[in-house]
Design a protein around this ligand. Structure first.
Ligand code: NI
Length: 163
């Protein structure tokens, strides 16, 4: 369908709690295609609906060369101890901060046929699953930074050319 423009920090849609997908219609299918098309670029690991201006519970992933998506994802397992991990977000361009993330995560949801799907993984996949699920609850990774780091992040955001 289309590569959509990425909404950036300050856009209220990024703070919106997304609605579950209840009816899988052409609109939902088109939106998923936009998620898949827009995440399919070098340097993009995941993309949530809000980042392209929608508020459906859906995200796409681009991990190890594989593009995927899930609707109505819920985290069903987080394993190991949280580890500080360097992280960025397409909606907070050019900035990277260390966020505590579980090393292994599993998400359950449905696909476009309404069939149950699970996505699970370690490392970057685990990190992306946690990051994208947060987006669907209207949260950016900045909210997971400690107070001092968040202050520094806000200073850097305010002096960013894109803000
Ligand atoms: Ni993000």
């Amino acid at each position: 369908m289309a590569i959509r423009e990425i909404r950036v920090f300050g856009d209220p849609v990024l703070r919106t709690v997304c609605d579950p997908v209840t009816t899988i219609d052409d609109g939902v299918r088109a939106h998923v295609q936009d998620l898949l098309d827009t995440v399919d670029m070098e340097g993009r690991a995941g993309l949530a609906s809000t980042q392209i201006g929608h508020t459906l519970r859906a995200f796409s992933l681009n991990i190890d060369g594989e593009i995927s998506y899930i609707l109505n994802p819920e985290i069903i397992a987080l394993e190991g101890e949280p580890v500080l991990t360097g992280e960025g977000c397409l909606s907070v361009p050019d900035l990277w901060f260390e966020v505590p993330r579980y090393p292994r995560a599993t998400v359950r949801g449905i696909d476009l046929d309404g069939e149950p799907v699970e996505i699970s993984g370690e490392g970057l996949m685990a990190q992306a699953l946690q990051h994208e699920c947060d987006h669907l609850d209207g949260k950016l990774y900045l909210s997971r930074l400690d107070r001092e780091t968040r202050g520094e992040a806000m200073r850097q955001i305010r002096s960013s050319s894109w803000f």
